[in-house]
Design a protein around this ligand. Structure first.
Ligand code: FCB
Length: 422
């Protein structure tokens, strides 16, 4: 049955919120990334010397040239300040929030689950519930416990088995949570870690060359097995749980013969994994950031009329194109990430509005879209780029950890509340 459209232009019951992930915001984590950061921070700071950054970014703290930029450390202490952060999210009209549970906290040693950390996440979930904010939980967002790293991480089949056991445990503990995302962006992680070799476990200094097509394929297969088995395990514990993954999809565009290449990339990057798990998902989580134009048989020939601080092209129409392609799966879709890095906050409000305009068009075309989560609630640790990219609706002063609502956060609120139209 078609849902009533509210004055916001979005359906009744639509989830509005923002996303975070544990390692990027919590602080104080000990996992494969925290080890890798220590090994690589000096190199990353040195390499930054030869790259061009927007001037205001170089002067910001901690800018890309500083070693501490690349060490997550205390991050933005969301672990200690989640109540304050949720108060702000609530004041901005959010009725949902996506976050991840840090596996290395829950299971620091194989088979030993930490009651204290389980209690922490119970409090986090309760804090959201107390504010009328629906939790969407990601079970794996790029980080592994050290003992998983030591068995070869996701190149080892056993990791899928251990992950399923962890997933099952979480669903048993947090039985009242409805929305579960198993794995965040399998294609991105496998690609960065095993094709590009720019993310853990690859480490030049330590002589670990992980680039390998074989490992890449093996990791993707293990993600697929992990997702399907976790899906079954979760549903066994809680029939009414809704389980999906967060899938990074790209709008590949090409004309004439270039379309052949674009279609091939579309199949490999956007569809293959989703086809593979199509009988094991209740919804699709979409992370949309990229448009990729194929021209002269080359990828990434984008016009880049508007870009973020990281140089990523702003291309709102692409979200509509990828949504159109996802419609064939006939599953509800939640946009689990969409956002941009920008310290000055001059383009972000328009970024959000223009993307939502295209989401709205997709809804009018009868595509079943049920939520939108901006990435991110607050400035955080952007993996191998570190702290300098500013994605937050809330600005964080990295010296004092003080939070300040950005103008765009207020503009997003006005859209959510129907005070402003997209
Ligand atoms: C996505 C990741 C997320 C964040 C954004 C900018 O690929 O899922 O953790 O880094 O990009």
């Amino acid at each position: 049955m078609a849902k009533k459209i509210l004055k916001t232009g979005f359906p009744e019951g639509f989830y509005w919120g923002a996303s975070t992930s544990a390692h990027q915001v919590e602080g104080g984590n000990t996992n494969d990334w925290s080890v890798w950061e220590r090994e690589n921070s000096a190199r990353l700071a040195k390499e930054a010397l030869s790259k061009s950054y927007p001037g205001h970014v170089l002067n910001d703290y901690p800018g890309p040239l500083r070693r501490e930029n690349y060490v997550s450390g205390a991050s933005v202490d969301h672990y200690g300040r989640y109540e304050e952060d949720f108060n702000i999210a609530k004041s901005l009209g959010h009725n949902a929030h996506r976050f991840s549970i840090e596996w290395s906290r829950i299971e620091p040693k194989e088979g030993e689950f930490s009651e204290r950390e389980i209690e922490h996440y119970r409090k986090v979930i309760n804090a959201l519930r107390a504010r009328g904010v629906e939790p969407f939980i990601t079970l794996w967002h790029f980080t592994n416990p050290i003992w998983i790293k030591n068995i070869g991480g996701w190149t080892n089949k056993k990791t899928a088995f251990f992950f399923v056991r962890f997933a099952e445990k979480m669903v048993k503990e947090f039985g009242d949570v409805k929305f579960w995302l198993t794995i965040n962006e399998p294609m991105i992680y496998a690609g960065k870690s095993f094709l590009q070799g720019t993310w853990p476990p690859a480490c030049r200094q330590a002589g670990r060359k992980e680039k390998s097509l074989l490992k890449y394929i093996r990791v993707l297969n293990n993600f697929s097995v992990a997702h399907k088995k976790a899906y079954e395990a979760v549903k066994k514990v809680n029939r009414s749980a809704q389980v999906g993954i967060a899938k990074n999809n790209i709008y590949f565009e090409g004309k004439g013969l270039n379309a052949v290449l674009a279609n091939l990339a579309d199949w490999w990057w956007n569809e293959r994994f989703l086809d593979d798990i199509k009988d094991h998902q209740d919804f699709i989580g979409l992370n949309y950031y990229f448009h990729n134009r194929v021209k002269g048989f080359k990828f990434n020939q984008n016009e880049n009329k508007k870009i973020s601080d990281m140089g990523w092209e702003i291309y709102p129409e692409g979200i509509y194109r990828v949504l159109q392609n996802l419609a064939k799966y006939k599953k509800p879709i939640y946009i689990t990430e969409n956002g941009m890095a920008e310290a000055k906050d001059e383009k972000r409000a328009d970024f959000i509005r223009s993307h939502l305009k295209w989401v709205n068009k997709a809804i009018k075309d009868s595509i079943d879209i049920r939520g939108y989560f901006y990435w991110s609630l607050l400035d955080n640790f952007e993996w191998d780029k570190g702290f300098w990219p500013r994605f937050g609706l809330l600005e964080v002063d990295h010296k004092t950890l003080e939070r300040k609502i950005r103008e765009s956060g207020l503009k997003y609120r006005d859209i959510i509340l129907g005070k402003d139209k997209v």
